[in-house]
Design a protein. Structure first.
Length: 157
């Protein structure tokens, strides 16, 4: 068994889409980034890559490469899932936390969990998604940023 941890943060801005775990979340603020800026998927990608002992998402899909401009992070996660399988590993389970002030994610957590499971071709029971606020503290608390953490365990195929 191998374990990896992932983290990502993006600034937020009016007029941008808020993608979390491959799900479009209704919000007047969205994430800024080269791709669709899905912090949750980026953290999950880094957790999987970390468990494999591979370079991070930025080395695999650099933001200096125009082919990744605006790309759906779901495509990147699917590729990372293939990298895991190609290296002889399957995802045992995945736990994640999204931290943002607004909007509340409770109504979307199950759909996010199911979407991540579908992208990775694993059981939704193997995916956990939690949501927290930053209690008004710092840039996250002022709704200027969104953060995600993920941890994944892999098992040998």
């Amino acid at each position: 068994m191998r374990v990896g941890i992932g983290y990502d943060i993006h600034r937020t801005a009016k007029g941008r889409k808020l993608m979390l775990g491959g799900v479009l979340i209704p919000s007047d603020m969205g994430s800024l980034g080269h791709s669709d800026a899905d912090v949750l998927i980026h953290a999950i990608c880094d957790a999987i890559l970390g468990a494999l002992g591979k370079p991070d998402i930025g080395e695999h899909f650099p933001d200096t490469d125009p082919k990744y401009k605006g790309i759906s992070s779901a495509i990147l996660l699917k590729k990372v899932g293939r990298i895991a399988r190609k290296n002889g590993y399957a995802i045992n389970n995945l736990d994640s936390t999204v931290i943002l002030e607004k909007p509340r994610l409770s109504p979307f957590k199950n759909r996010i969990r199911e979407t991540i499971a579908e992208i990775l071709n694993i059981s939704p029971a193997a995916v956990n998604v939690k949501a927290k606020t930053n209690e008004g503290l710092g840039d996250i608390g002022k709704n200027n940023a969104v953060v995600a953490y993920a941890i994944v365990s892999l098992t040998k195929l």
